[in-house]
Ligand binder design. Sequence first.
Ligand code: HMG
Ligand code: MG
Length: 314
Amino acid sequence: MTTPSLPMVVRAENLPAQVRIHEVGPRDGLQNEKSLVPTEVKAEFIHRLAEAGLTTIEATSFVHPKWVPQLADAETLFPALQDLENTDLPVLVPNERGLTRALALGASRMAVFASATESFAKANLNRTVAESLDMFDPVVTRAKEHGAHIRGYLSMCFGDPWEGAVPVPQVVSTAKALIDMGCDELSLGDTIGVATPAHVTALLTALNEAGVGTHRIGVHFHDTYGQALSNTLAALQHGVSTVDASAGGLGGCPYAKSATGNLATEDLVWMLRGLGVETGVDLGRLTATSAWMAEQLGRPSPSRTVRALTHQEQ
Ligand code: HMG
Ligand code: MG
């Protein structure tokens, strides 16, 4: 018996022709690892992801090193990626201090990260939602003065481990604030993976009604309840063409206990390939990279596609 290495292509007409994958493995994936991953391993991981055809790879965060020790090597890692001329390498910057660090190294794509709920704003940023927006405002202004592209993450868009279900209007209000502040792009985070497809459609519709166009929206699903792919399909059917994913399904969030890994990039590429949607990603090279990274981390990849393609037990 042979395991298929690619799905049969059956085109779907109502989907974007192309999807830009925003790869978050090196940041969202590695920020949650218990053992410190050496900088050289991270640099090799990012180079291999670029060789597999990923063109947007979130490299690291310029946050407080005590808050996220795993990414404390940002100053050493980022310069080791400078040969990747054709790859966008966004980085997270929570405040002016983070922006100054990123600009000093020549970063040109940054992301601020807000929360739709007060509990997560406090846990992740030590601020209320309003205080965190006040913190981001000068960051966005100064980054744009430097010609940078700014993404605004919004976490807990569907549910929050402390507050439960999050009302759609509450999400829309902070999303609007990020766009009005000058963010070029919004990424809707299902930080703890509780969204279901019609909830995704309802939020996207409400954002459109509030004036936030679908072309500015990306989706960021964690796969805690196995819903990340179905939620992605709902977003694609709504016209979204930027999807965040993490190679091998690495990930989580150190400040939200119930967050598990992101949607695995391989699982996403498998589905998009079958649907006839272009990603530019070589699935074989990507899978080999995640299998290599799993060896570095000493545990198997949680991605079903990686396991199937590398003939591991499911
Ligand atoms: P704070 O403790 O309130 O900081 O943390 P502060 O502003 O009071 O400053 C205290 C000290 O930290 C000062 O030093 C600052 O200079 C220093 P001192 O004067 O005491 O010597 N400091 C910094 N040092 C280096 N780099 C910086 C920096 N900022 C301040 N950037 C802070 C506030 C925002 C810094 C902190 O809460 C923090 O770093 N949080 C980051 C948390 C994080 O990275 N979480 C994970 C990313 S979010 C996520 O994963 C969700 C996402 O994937 C989407 C989804 O799934 O939903 C994006
Ligand atoms: Mg995340």
